[in-house]
Write a protein that binds this ligand. Structure first.
Ligand code: ASP
Ligand code: MG
Length: 417
């Protein structure tokens, strides 16, 4: 039986972190492993900058690309005894980006270009990790995830063809240990796609699902799943165990520890998901499974920043009826915008969505052609599961409350600083 490990960017952010990760992996030498890596550190963000520099012509993409190349070379310098081959591999990957951005006239669509460029982050990281693991006598096969995960052509948010993917994975994963890329898929016409930001967790789940793996371990820089993001809340607590259903709810509302699509395939096959710290690999972390029967009473705080709150009303200010709502959702679907919260009143319909700089201007324009629109940028969406008076007060503090919505155990608050 295979185990699937996933290491995110923070776990491999520099040479010494990579050494640490390889020590962890080496301690599982006896097991059959498929190891999924994200791009190194914040490389995905840097690649996004390169895409924007090229697409919107606002910065010099070549200079940014040069920085990115040097960043990887520096890590290679620190890790490898024989550097020539790996230098060449990195160079070749960087050239793939160069070939795209040297094209002066942008003819292709943004999301397509995005996928071709941003996916290189994972190809760079896995080249380095696989080679370094081999140097540390941890024999592994580097496998191109595009040979395993088949998707449609919804670039930046590709949908998995589970049937084909499951057979490709089982046909190709046959020996003891593999290293592969998270976040990436491939269409039947052989175009690279990505599965959405932070999608490497989902990659691990896809592999585990197809292989009927024993478990998935996601290695993080936090001790496990916390009841709040420790970067925003002082007294966040570690959750020892959680049911899949609770984890799905939390991921849905935006808990950053796991990608929302990750849990469903694991729940379906009863594959245990562990979230562990790469800083304290011997600690148990959080275990998410079907075996947890008691729902936790713990309050969970989830914070989504960079939101936009859009209020939509009929230009004649008539009542919002089904016809309007159906039209609004058609427009949202057209732009692949997911709604984080929505609320209906007699004459307006409000939605809170991620303020993606590429999609939102198009969305607003489309909405404006049929409706009257008001919006508020730079707002945050806070969700509290198992809330009480105290927890709500803690969150709101001096912020301005723009919208709120409550159910029995969940409250959502749209706040402006
Ligand atoms: N590297 C990608 C990202 O940062 C995928 C991932 O890390 O899961 O979004
Ligand atoms: Mg990442």
């Amino acid at each position: 039986m295979y185990r699937v490990f996933k290491f995110g960017g923070a776990s491999i952010k520099d040479a010494s972190s990579i050494v640490n990760v390889c020590e962890i992996i080496n301690s599982y030498k006896r097991e059959n492993l498929v190891i999924v890596f994200s791009a190194i550190g914040k490389v995905t963000n840097q690649l996004e900058k390169i895409v924007n520099a090229y697409f919107y012509k606002e910065d010099n993409p070549i200079i940014l690309l040069d920085d990115l190349k040097n960043f990887h070379f520096k890590i290679v310098d620190e890790l490898f005894k024989k550097k020539d081959l790996i230098y060449e591999d990195i160079n070749n990957l960087v050239v793939e980006i160069e070939q795209i951005i040297e094209e002066k006239k942008v003819t292709k669509d943004y999301s397509y270009i995005y996928d071709q460029i941003v996916s290189i982050g994972e190809f760079l990281s896995t080249k380095i990790l696989s080679a370094y693991l081999n140097q540390c006598n941890y024999e592994n096969t580097l496998i191109d995830i595009r040979d395993l995960i088949r998707t449609d052509n919804t670039h930046r948010n590709a949908k998995v063809d589970w049937h084909t993917t499951t057979s490709l994975i089982n046909d190709n994963i046959v020996s003891k240990c593999y290293v592969t890329q998270g976040f990436i898929g491939c269409t039947s016409e052989n175009f690279t796609t990505t599965l959405g930001r932070e999608g490497s967790d989902f990659t691990a789940a896809i592999l585990a699902f197809a292989l009927q793996a024993k478990d998935v371990v996601i290695w993080k820089d936090v001790p496990g799943m916390m009841n709040a993001d420790p970067n925003f809340f002082n007294d966040s607590k570690l959750i020892d165990e959680l049911s899949f259903d609770e984890a799905i709810e939390l991921a849905y509302y935006g808990a950053k520890v796991i990608h929302p699509k990750t849990i469903q395939p694991l729940k379906k096959k009863g594959i245990i998901l562990q979230i562990k710290s790469f800083k304290e690999p011997l600690k148990k972390g959080t275990v998410i499974s079907n075996n947890v029967k008691v729902l936790s009473k713990q309050s969970f705080y989830i914070n989504k920043q960079n939101q936009i709150l859009i209020s939509i009303s009929d230009s004649l200010l008539s009542f919002i009826v089904e016809e309007h709502i159906s039209k609004i959702f058609n427009i949202l679907e057209k732009h692949s915008v997911a709604v984080n919260m929505m609320q209906n009143s007699a004459i307006s319909f409000s939605i809170c969505v991620d303020n993606d700089r590429h999609t939102i201007p198009h969305l607003l324009k489309d909405l404006q052609s049929s409706f009257k629109i008001y919006y508020n940028k730079d707002v945050s969406l806070f969700t509290i599961r198992n809330y009480n008076k105290e927890s709500i007060k803690n969150i709101i503090q001096k912020k301005k409350l723009l919208l709120e919505q409550r159910s029995r155990n969940t409250i959502q608050l749209v706040l402006k600083d």
